[in-house]
Design a protein around this ligand. Structure first.
Ligand code: SF4
Length: 366
């Protein structure tokens, strides 16, 4: 398959014609981009249905004017508190997370790391040896998640360095790479045989997972499926994390179709995440928790066992909390799927949740 490398659109003037914007609207859009940058690969832009002003693909990549609503927070899961070396977070005992880059092929409008993608480099890993030393000094760490930004935007040389050094650590069971490249910029993989060979080489030494983020069935294109197949053939396993997003996938049929499509191509869906109350995101994309649970349960109803394995969770400063069920009154049932403190591990609790409530405040000080 030949896929041309995409032009990446970053300026309002480049898309205002497609959107039919007036000069004033173009200026408003550009003023948003000056705060929260835009990047849309030509490939992803081509998936938009321009006849539909509420097109879900468009919602994920083109800013809405309501992005100027800056209610919410920037760091909703306490990432600053978990940083042990610049770019290395150690929140859960067995897992370390590396912020490997602040670059992405596309800057998703719903991104929970909006505070850094495409702009701030302060939190990004800048000393690999210091991170490695920390990991070696903490044998309880048994897996690494290389995140960002988008880890597949690292150069091949840097990716190979990560893989060479990390696959050589006996304490690690597996390594995960978080990336939306298969969804938004498939040519990064399909046109780069060197990249494919690097993953194939190190997958022989240690299990590697690629954690993708498909949010809508229309993202499962021929090209995206070809990327999935390429990684599977290289010996890499794929998992998907979907973010539940208003106006994108907050419909049981859409979500069900996405989950079925993913399992059909060998990508096991393992989390559906509640969209976080992030500044510039919360007002546009969050779905209330009771409604979210209903959507997820209905979507799960249409799946086989593989599709049903997923968990509907939210990442809070205290841990990853599964949204388990609704009680007959205004209360909901939750469970710590991952906990920062051992005392919370596996803990089930009940909390009152209003019908329009989209988040649960669970700070480490509670
Ligand atoms: S690819 Fe991931 S890190 Fe980058 S903008 Fe999208 S959601 Fe955020």
């Amino acid at each position: 398959m030949t896929v041309q490398r995409s032009k990446i659109y970053t300026q309002a003037a480049e898309i205002s014609g497609l959107m039919g914007l007036s000069a004033a609207e173009e200026a408003s859009l550009q003023s948003i981009l000056d705060v929260f940058p835009m990047a849309i690969p030509q490939y992803y832009l081509s998936l938009i249905d321009w006849d539909d002003p509420d097109d879900p693909i468009r919602r994920m990549c083109i800013p809405s004017l309501t992005e100027t609503d800056i209610s919410g927070d920037f760091d909703t899961s306490g990432e600053a508190d978990n940083t042990v070396v610049t770019g290395l977070q150690h929140k859960y005992q067995q897992t370390a997370l590396i912020l490997s880059t602040n670059r992405c092929a596309m800057y998703c409008r719903h991104c929970f790391r909006k505070r850094l993608v495409g702009s701030n480099e302060e939190e990004i890993a800048d000393n690999f040896d210091a991170m490695l030393a920390y990991i070696k000094a903490h044998p309880e760490i048994t897996n690494i998640l290389v995140s960002g930004g988008d880890s597949l935007l690292l150069s091949n040389a840097t990716l190979e360095k990560y893989l060479r050094e990390l696959t050589a650590l006996p304490q690690l069971d597996f390594i995960r790479f978080g990336s939306r490249v298969p969804v938004v910029y498939p040519e990064r993989v399909l046109q780069d045989e060197e990249l494919q060979a690097i993953f194939a080489k190190y997958a022989q030494h240690k299990q590697i997972y690629l954690v993708t983020q498909f949010n809508h069935p229309r993202e499962l294109t021929t090209e995206a499926k070809a990327v999935v197949k390429t990684f599977i053939q290289a010996g890499v396993m794929l998992r998907n994390q979907t973010v539940l997003l208003r106006g994108v996938n907050d419909d049981p049929q859409v979500l069900s179709q996405l989950l079925r499509g993913l399992t059909a191509v060998g990508v096991a869906p393992y989390y559906i995440f509640q969209c976080r109350p992030v500044r510039g995101v919360k007002a546009q994309f969050q779905v209330p928790l009771p409604k979210g649970l209903e959507i997820v349960e209905l979507a799960k109803g249409g799946q086989n066992g593989v599709g049903k394995c997923l968990r509907y969770c939210m990442s809070t400063p205290r841990g990853k909390v599964e949204i388990v069920g609704k009680l007959p009154d205004n209360r909901m049932l939750f469970k710590y799927n991952q906990a920062k403190s051992a005392a919370d591990a596996g803990r089930i609790f009940v909390a009152e949740v209003q019908p329009d409530q989209c988040w649960l405040e669970l700070s480490c000080d509670d």
